[in-house]
Design a protein around this ligand. Structure first.
Ligand code: DGL
Length: 269
């Protein structure tokens, strides 16, 4: 049996990372868990997010994955070290990859970060950015309304554009040239965010860089999938499967069109 890469998020956000892993590593099997019943994680306490992350890892570990990707910034910020000491397989988060990508993208050294309340209050991005480049200026802002909009599949409505405009109004007045989408749900809102921030601001999603990190680790460990057969991915969510499937099909499109996908709703909660 092919060993999978296990990925988790509070909901559909981690699919933005899954899509990039599927694009860069099409032979790799993915087992994905979206905790839609308990989303959003952003306003929850660190203790809750750590507990939920552990529960999901306990569930996913039964499938004997070769790696775990915490495809959620909020969970990465508070639970990455805990999960790393808890399991014996490599665990990859999304914050260091996002910070690295932003540092390579910025010219002015002014970097903006948007994320959930949990991620922004943790200071994890600021810390990661300054560790790579101490002289960068970081402007952080929580956007608590974004992830719930994405979970409802409302990417293109006029209300969504209005919310994005209002939420980013103060960031627009800063001199940033690079903006980290510090929540894996936000790439679903790339269009309104780019429009509101203007084309001079580069948007950074952690997805590309995280997928590269996954690839490097598996390569170095000699664990890249060798099978020429396309994998059968598995998706789990803890809440309403219909809306999760609908969003996943729209987002993953070609990556899951030509080969089988298994959808299941586990009752781990
Ligand atoms: N997608 C998650 C993140 O990257 C969490 C969003 C939420 O559930 O609040 O932070």
């Amino acid at each position: 049996m092919q060993q999978a890469i296990a990925m988790l998020d509070s909901g559909v956000g981690g699919l933005t990372v899954a899509r990039e892993v599927m694009r860069q590593l099409p032979q790799e099997k993915i087992i994905y868990f979206g905790d839609t019943a308990r989303s959003p994680y952003g306003p929850r306490t660190s203790e809750e997010v750590r507990l939920f992350t552990r529960q999901i890892v306990d569930y996913l570990i039964q499938y004997n994955p070769k790696m775990i990707v915490i495809a959620c910034n909020t969970a990465t910020a508070v639970a990455l070290d805990d999960i790393r000491s808890y399991v014996s397989v490599p665990v990859v988060g999304v914050i260091n990859p996002g910070a690295r990508a932003a540092i390579s993208a910025t010219d002015s050294g002014y970097i903006g970060v948007i994320g959930t309340e949990g991620t922004i209050h943790s200071g994890a991005y600021e810390h990661a950015l300054k560790r790579i480049s101490p002289q960068v200026e970081v402007v952080s802002q929580a956007c608590p309304k974004f992830a719930p909009i994405v979970e409802r599949g409302l990417f293109r409505s006029e209300d969504t554009w209005q919310t994005v405009r209002e939420s980013l109004a103060s960031l627009r007045a800063t001199p940033i040239d690079t903006l980290i989408l510090g929540c894996t749900h936000y790439p679903f809102l790339t269009e309104p965010i780019q429009e509101v921030m203007g084309s001079q601001v580069k948007l950074i999603s952690s997805a590309d860089e995280t997928a590269r990190e996954v690839s490097t680790i598996l390569h170095d460990k000699g664990q890249l999938a060798s099978s020429t057969q396309l994998p059968i991915h598995q998706f789990f969510c803890s809440g309403d499967a219909a809306i999760f499937q609908d969003i996943a099909r729209q987002w993953l499109g070609e990556h899951i069109q030509d080969f089988p996908v298994v959808w299941q709703v586990p009752h781990i909660i």
